[in-house]
Design a protein around this ligand. Sequence first.
Ligand code: IVH
Length: 699
Amino acid sequence: MDKIPVSDLDAAQAAEELTRLADEIAAHDLHYFAKDAPLVSDAEYDALKLRNTAIEARFPELIRENSPSLRVGAQASEQFSPVEHGTPMLSLDNAFSDADARDFDAKVRRFLGLGEIDIAYTAEPKIDGLSASLRYENGILVRGGTRGDGRVGEDVTENLRTLAEIPNRLKGSGWPDVIEVRGEVYLGHEDFAQLNEAAAAAGQKLYANPRNAAAGSLRQIDPKITAQRPLRFFAYAWGLTSSAFAETQSEALLALARWGFVTTPQTQTVSGAEGLLAAYARFEAQRPGLSFDIDGVVYKVDRLDWQQRLGFVSRSPRWAIARKFPAEQARTVLEAIDLQVGRTGAVTPVARLRPVTVGGVVVTNATLHNGDEIARKDVRIGDTVIVQRAGDVIPQVVGPVLSERSANCVAYAFPAVCPCDLATPLVRETTAGGAETVVRRCSGEMACPFQRIEHLIHFVSRRAFDIEGLGEKLLISLFEDGLIREPADIFTLEARDKALLKKLKDREGMGELSAQNLFDAINARRTIALERVIFALGVRHVGEQTGRILARGLGSWRAFEAAMLLLGQGDEAARLELEAMDQIGPTVTLTLGRYFAEAHNREAVQRLAAQLTILDAEKPKTDTAVAGKTVVFTGALERMTRDEAKAQAEALGAKVASSVSKKTDLVVAGPGAGSKLKTATDLGIEVISEDDWLALVAG
Ligand code: IVH
């Protein structure tokens, strides 16, 4: 029978079709799982499931009790495919003290222009798990993803479906046609302990903490394994919605609960800065008695219209903050100090510790930051030391317990040479102004194998090229074999060494199939965004954010390369042009200039670019009335605060300047505007009122 398009089906046909699909999919599942002999290709199987989901989305009342969409995923994919979130999954800024919390409240009120009033916040436990986004269409769960880089996550729909606390179908009514429900996947303490006990009994590796265990359990290729893990889910936020469904965060949480989600019972609505502080004290007291890990309290402005006005700064909202619990500490013995060489040659001393449990995690290494820190704290090998860790950060050595120091332990002398085979001298880094810093750097640059390997590890990392299957271990072994010496080599690997497949198979214990998967994963990254390439180069001070700014500012690889070549030649005009970009300063242009002044770096970059198709950057917004214009706000604004106006203008692609010049395109003047207004009139620049501005940006 020819398939009728889903949109043309009537209810009777749909019911019939759902029965047929359920039977057919069940038959395939049987062959796939029980007999290990699939009858159809993965793509054909996916198409059946997709059709089933599409019909269910149109006729939710026809969903069968044994629907394939409600069963544990039958599909085991080799790796997860990407899912783009409807709106980005952001992170939260951190607060560490009462003062930080008060400051947060003050900033919120200032931004909104509210004065000295107490505003309502929710105070929610900050669950220590991993976040997930669940897309519901007409009340049916159609897709679920991990956070990933915030914009694109991994498609773990089938795994998420196995969680009892994630409804496949929303209960009640009133949900938007499309909604991305967000929350935290986590494991309770007891379940975590049992999981590790079972792993120990089976001689498997133990998970370090409940969060890692939750992440490991969710990211299973086979959803049947996820289904056996007692993962749980708290809903606390949402992304894209096709319509508004609440006026406050607390109402929204109630709605999520009505639709079948579990929300944290500890959440409270509090008032003003004092309310924030009291809530923190309450959570601190409750923490030991909770059955799951929390690492702080999340404060959110309750009113959603205010959240909307507050908006975001880069990757975190202005309307929320995470107040973190202080670090946990323990005592142990410092057995040795090793030096670690990073990708930029910076040398970090690492404390090797007698294993000790700090806040539920066994710690064996901790950072000592730098030589000056060791000297300042006078930490010596053999000392009993205090170690602390907080959340995700690397454990630190706080200092020695002097009363326990033995007479024969001596002050630590920082080595003068790099621990690499070349033993190149370590030099202290200097700033742009010539001052010495605390950082010691190996002077071997690319000759230093540590730096080369660290560069490569950075290059393939998640936020850079993100090459699936090319992990640290494999990369190091390919490096040691001389098969990969620089980034471009990754892309010529397959062509260069036909015999590699076999070698990988024999030695790395990789099957032929997974070696081919590796090549496929590499090839999948030949086409890549400009910002990722810039970040992946691993130039000092050029992080993800800077990579993005440079990419947007320059637009294309060709423009980037041209600018870098000029910068490397010491071209002043090129430097000034880059520094005119928002957030690009002399530190960035200095390190970029040094990097591109080196012939071996330029050549390595060219060899890499020759292997790639580098996509042009996303253009800044150009379809708004103020895009590309330079705007100055002056005088009093009555319907929004200065910060709000600035944020709004920037979001629409305008640049906001603080003084009026010939470059100004538009001046928004409120009551009391003085000299800026005069300059604008003198220069013949367009001047409008606040109301005109609001009308203009509203389109
Ligand atoms: S709201 C735009 N609420 O903390 C804000 N996050 O540091 C979105 N988290 O990625 C997050 N409990 O994984 C929010 N009650 C809570 C949370 C919470 C835990 C996690 C979440 C997020 C991270 C941000």
